[in-house]
Design a protein around this ligand. Structure first.
Ligand code: SF4
Ligand code: SF4
Length: 229
């Protein structure tokens, strides 16, 4: 088993058409998976677009990346394997700021990709997305409950799953490529690239057609790489 899937529960790899043992008694709502997650709930450009397209700040103003990562915002920036990326910023007692008193997510319809996945992990093989069930160490706290089989596409509830997975593969490659460049360029150049990544894929507001706009930015990113390194 490759390192990427070391957290697999059943040593199986799934596609979105498969059924996997992930249903947790209709989710017993202990909300453990929304607490004490530290800086691990990363937010990708699709999450940003989805959030900003559906939320407004008081006064009806559009939500922007800068608002989300501001001091009072629900996101923060952190180093993730050497690359600066945004994640959900847990509040004082380690809870997600979007978790309500009843242990429910109040942004459930627009929750981020990682929230939708749990207790699945996501991997990439030959440019395609594969899924695996997280093992007991990382997975659902109610691990002793019977795991009911659920279709992965339905579990994720993402409309255009094929385009979404294409986006995920490209985004994974971009981050991986940036990490690998760390040893190939000096600190200043690497920092410039990190800033460019945040500016291009997060700061600049997205078009209605996210996937189309993202692809356009991938080309710009590739041009930046050619010019810088
Ligand atoms: S830890 Fe498991 S049972 Fe608890 S909320 Fe998360 S998925 Fe549901
Ligand atoms: S956004 Fe919702 S689903 Fe995700 S960790 Fe927060 S409360 Fe849980």
């Amino acid at each position: 088993m490759s390192n990427q899937y070391e957290w697999s529960y059943d040593n199986k790899k799934y596609t979105h058409d498969d059924t996997a043992p992930i249903g947790c008694d209709d989710c017993a709502s202990c909300s453990s998976c929304c607490k004490k997650m530290g800086d691990t709930i990363l937010q990708d450009p699709y999450d940003l677009w989805n959030f900003c397209s559906n939320m407004k700040v008081s006064g009806g103003m559009a939500v922007t990346f800068d608002i989300l990562v501001s001091e009072d915002g629900p996101w923060e920036l952190s180093y993730q394997d050497g690359v600066i990326l945004p994640n959900i910023k847990m509040v004082e007692d380690g809870r997600c700021p979007f978790l309500n008193e009843k242990g429910r997510c109040y942004i459930h319809p627009i929750r981020s990709g990682l929230c939708r996945l749990f207790p699945l992990g996501r991997g990439f093989e030959d440019g395609k997305v594969i899924y695996y069930v997280l093992n007991d160490e990382l997975g659902c706290e109610k691990k002793d409950n019977p795991r009911t089989p659920v279709n992965i596409k339905e579990w994720l509830g993402i409309k255009d799953i094929d385009r979404y997975e294409e986006f995920q593969s490209k985004w994974y490659k971009i981050r991986d490529d940036l990490r690998n460049r760390h040893d190939l360029c000096d600190e200043k150049t690497f920092k410039d690239l990190q800033m460019r990544l945040l500016e291009l894929f997060y700061q600049k507001p997205y078009d209605k057609d996210f996937f189309w706009d993202f692809d356009k930015r991938v080309k710009e990113w590739e041009d930046s790489l050619r010019n810088i390194v």
